[in-house]
Design a protein around this ligand. Structure first.
Ligand SMILES: [Cu+2]
Length: 152
């Protein structure tokens, strides 16, 4: 029984190690260099839920992952991907090396729930973005009209 137990533990350890290596982006030894832009919150119709959009740009040669967002506006923020009309909650979103993670209306997005209040137009909401590798980034996110669409 001991051998069996050890084998299982070793397997679990191997899985854990694989995950760690992937998260570190072992592809050339580059480090992520992140900046955040184009963030906005469309003013929600009600005070129970809001969406958030932004772009994380990575000028570095190492990948990263957006793992969570915290904000005083909402007690809960989740990351969602969209496939067709289906929305799915995910644990993290990839920020590719020398690339970007774009959260857009109709695409991947943030869902803010348990809002503290219904955000007003022109209000700036503080977001702190947390990443697998990079230090957290704090930004101020403007509240825009519900129909707002950013220019490309
Ligand atoms: Cu969603």
């Amino acid at each position: 029984m001991i051998t069996r137990h050890r084998a299982a533990a070793a397997a679990a350890l191997a899985l854990g190690l694989t995950g760690t290596l992937t998260a570190c982006g072992d592809d050339g030894g580059g480090r992520p260099e992140l900046s955040v832009g184009g963030a906005y919150i469309p003013r929600p119709a009600m005070s129970d839920m809001a969406a958030g959009f932004l772009t994380v740009t990575n000028k570095g040669g190492g990948e990263d992952k957006l793992t969570s967002i915290t904000t005083p506006l909402a007690r809960d923020v989740t990351l969602h991907t969209t496939k067709g009309t289906q929305m799915r909650q995910v644990g993290s979103l990839d920020v590719p090396a020398n690339g970007e993670l774009k959260l857009t209306s109709g695409g991947d997005h943030l869902m803010l729930t348990k809002l503290v209040h219904r955000p007003k137009l022109g209000e700036k909401v503080e977001f702190t973005l947390h990443f697998a590798t990079s230090d957290p980034i704090k930004i101020k996110v403007p509240v825009e009209p519900m129909t707002y669409r950013p220019k490309d």
